[in-house]
Design a protein around this ligand. Sequence first.
Ligand code: BES
Ligand code: MN
Ligand code: ZN
Length: 482
Amino acid sequence: MIPVSSLSLAATDERDAPLCLFSHPGGVLAGAGALPPALRKDLSAQAAAEGFTGELGECVGLRADRGGRSRRFLIAGAGRREDASPETWRRAAGVLYQHARGRFEEISVLPGPDARATAEGLMLGSYRFSEYKKADPSRLARAGLVFAGAAARRGIEKACAEAAIIADAVAMVRDLVDRAPSDKTPESIAALAQNLAGAQTKVTVISKAEAEKLGMGAFLGVARGGGADPVFLHLTYKPKGARRKIGLVGKGITFDSGGLSLKPAASMETMKMDMAGAAAVLGVFKALPQFKIRAEVHGFCPFTYNLPGPDAVRPGDVLKAMNGKTIEVLNTDAEGRLVLADALVYACRQKFDAIVDLATLTGAAVVALGSKVTGAMTNNRALLAQLFSASKRAGETLWELPLPREYREMIKSSFADLKNIGKPGEAGTIIGGLFLQEFVDDTPWVHLDIAGTAWTDSDTPTCPKGGTGALVRTLVEYLKAL
Ligand code: BES
Ligand code: MN
Ligand code: ZN
């Protein structure tokens, strides 16, 4: 089963554990107002003597006198106050967590001004993937966010509770992405998704036979490569009195070999992550009921392997999507847009106020935007603006790419309505977006290319190497605001 974050986090009166606080450059101790001025001065002086400057990424352990006895302190850099954001507080807290994990069982943390982000950083930093390894020996099991006075207590409690919901959803996504590709068949993911069903959440499994009846020829074309039967999941969250209806669509390629247009070995190494879009949709559904979101939300996740089996779709083959459009498959490695084509048509027929898709769609997005910025494309400025502001609150970064009509020429085919690739080396991420747009009606729609952001190649303070859980927080913030 999927474990949740290993750290137990709660609001607390200050305890005996090492007391942790944050400092900006210049010796300003954030959230340290609760400490006597003499102690603050002592800590600042000691930290400076240790070469601590307050930059993000630093952490220093000290001892000082508190209440007549020697007490341990940890001070983590928070970076410049002017640059502070949820993400910088999360990172500072993540650094603190990584520093403390091998050393202490428990810490007490005086949060800076953003207790919620501090709590999230601690919890996200505690995540480890442990399905195939003995549990991590790190000891830090408990962290308390210290509240100063009864009035602050409720705010800190709320921060801890909300951070735990997000961290558990993100942990589920990371677990799914990190799991070995052979251990995440479409059917086994469907079985896991059933655990999300509840009073307001329904999980419907659309089988291969049903997908055939629905005419999902593009999705089924990819599945012909074999590995296991495909599954199309439809999740529904329907709270009472919902006034908005939102669709989330996620790419669920459980391993992308490229198909007959086989990838080079090195490019295949991380391709178990090609279901990160669908995993993020599942993560959102885990969090929805706990946040009592008031919008009706549907999730659409086409799951399949992309393998070069004997019946695999061949370059030159023509597939027919659910809306009747024919697609010449010139590169079987451009499979994400094929499975999403049918998912978008299926979703659009159910009339949403907005549809957002998430997909590890193009290597070109990694080239253009790197691993910290998600590419966003849209047919609706107002919807994109809502997602941008949600991403700011969540501390994730989106950047818009255009969908120029002139470029649609590039996906015209001599033999079918469309071809699944444009000109090699030209605007690959945009071409992916333009292709998807062919399967969206006038429903407001945003396409998020998370090829760069869904995975980290190295450990960071808030995420070990592997799946990141990108965009879960942004989508939850977006849905909360409706
Ligand atoms: N899943 C890949 C995109 C990808 C690449 C995600 C690197 C994460 C990291 C996608 O299916 C793919 O292979 N896209 C091709 C499209 C091309 C053939 C038009 C690509 O980007 O090379
Ligand atoms: Mn591919
Ligand atoms: Zn892919």
